[in-house]
Design a protein around this ligand. Structure first.
Ligand code: 13P
Length: 334
């Protein structure tokens, strides 16, 4: 493992003004997104949509890395340029989602565990050859007011994340470690903080056991936030302060960057929260974004599968990237 290379890729992804565009929806997930705008999920429509994202003018100022899905990593522009090559040529680092989805965890009703470790070493070697420089694995932590997640559910997911991260570093890829405590449910922000703390604590203990070098990874956590169905939604400042407090307790300062997922927040809320965290002052790590829905929802709404709307869709993407680029430095004004 060349730690200097890993460090320099991790730092480039979260350079000033920059974050990550998560465009790694699996086939079932992109079908859901396309269904919402009545576009059929064919291979060509998926290719065209990703081409619209990756060729949008100006996004390279705000996007340090893009996460791709296996199919997308192998696709090309209309002119035949492979997407990883197109992105790298624009100064955007290509990455790849390598997990194979969350499944029910046996004997732990309600908990999930993410699959995809078998054969991962060989897949990582191929992804690296295809141009990927970083990878992502998402653990899904179900939460309720009392019973979920179980202690073992947390442990199983932390262990899988650490095995994935060690394999990535061995292969020379920067692991983005994503333990996502979901926003679904009626729990309050206090419960989210307790669970997020337990999860981060377990994840960093496992990463350490597995000899993962914190300097050569990025963390992609949820923000600490009330469940969508909670009647008591916390304000922007409370979300920012609670999230930073929780992260400061459990995320080592050696980690170069934290890139939040948006997790179902509106595009505007995700930007507000990121800005408020950065406006609090300097933190031990870069605090940036790795948004999927919060960057793409306005793009899908503008595009609706029609070529005449491509320019509007690309403008919508640039706008969200620019605003999050500002928020990532605490300079966004709504
Ligand atoms: P969201 O920002 O839509 O949560 O997606 C980010 C992601 O990559 C989830 O794995």
């Amino acid at each position: 493992m060349n730690l200097d290379e890993l460090k320099s890729v991790a730092n480039a992804i979260v350079a000033r003004q920059k974050g990550v565009l998560a465009a790694d929806e699996s086939s079932p997930t992109i079908k859901k997104r396309f269904d919402s705008i009545q576009v059929e999920s064919t291979e060509e429509n998926r290719r065209r949509y990703r081409e619209i994202l990756f060729t949008a003018d100006g996004i390279e100022r705000y996007v340090g890395g893009v996460i791709l899905f296996d199919e997308t990593l192998r696709q090309c522009t209309r002119e035949g340029v492979p997407f990883p090559k197109l992105l790298a040529g624009r100064g955007i680092i290509p990455g790849i989602k390598v997990d194979q989805g969350a499944k029910a965890l046996a004997l732990c009703p309600g908990d999930k565990v993410t699959e995809g470790l078998d054969g991962l070493r060989e897949r990582l070697a191929e992804y690296k050859q295809l141009g990927a420089q970083f990878a992502k694995w998402r653990a899904v932590i179900e939460i309720d007011e009392r019973d979920l997640p179980s202690a073992f559910g947390i442990r199983a997911n932390a262990h899988a994340l650490a095995r994935y991260a060690a394999l990535c570093q061995e292969a020379g890829l920067v692991p983005i470690v994503e333990p996502e405590v979901l926003m679904d449910g009626a729990h309050g922000i206090e419960r989210c903080e307790v669970v997020t703390a337990q999860v981060l604590q377990a994840v960093f203990a496992e990463l350490d056991f597995h000899r993962v070098q914190f300097e050569g990874m990025l963390l992609k956590p949820n923000m600490v936030i009330a469940g969508k169905k909670s009647v008591q939604q916390a304000g922007v400042q409370a979300v920012a302060e609670t999230t930073i407090r929780c992260l400061k307790r459990y995320v080592p300062a050696a980690v170069p960057g934290i890139v939040f997922l948006s997790g179902g927040q509106s595009a505007e809320d995700a930007t507000d929260h990121l800005n408020a965290m950065n406006a609090m002052g300097a933190h031990p790590w870069q605090v940036s974004f790795s948004y999927g829905r919060a960057l793409q929802a306005p793009v899908l709404a503008a595009w609706r599968g029609q070529e005449i709307h491509v320019a509007a869709a690309q403008r919508a993407l640039l706008k969200r990237c620019r605003l999050n680029g500002l928020a990532r430095d605490g300079q966004y004004v709504r």
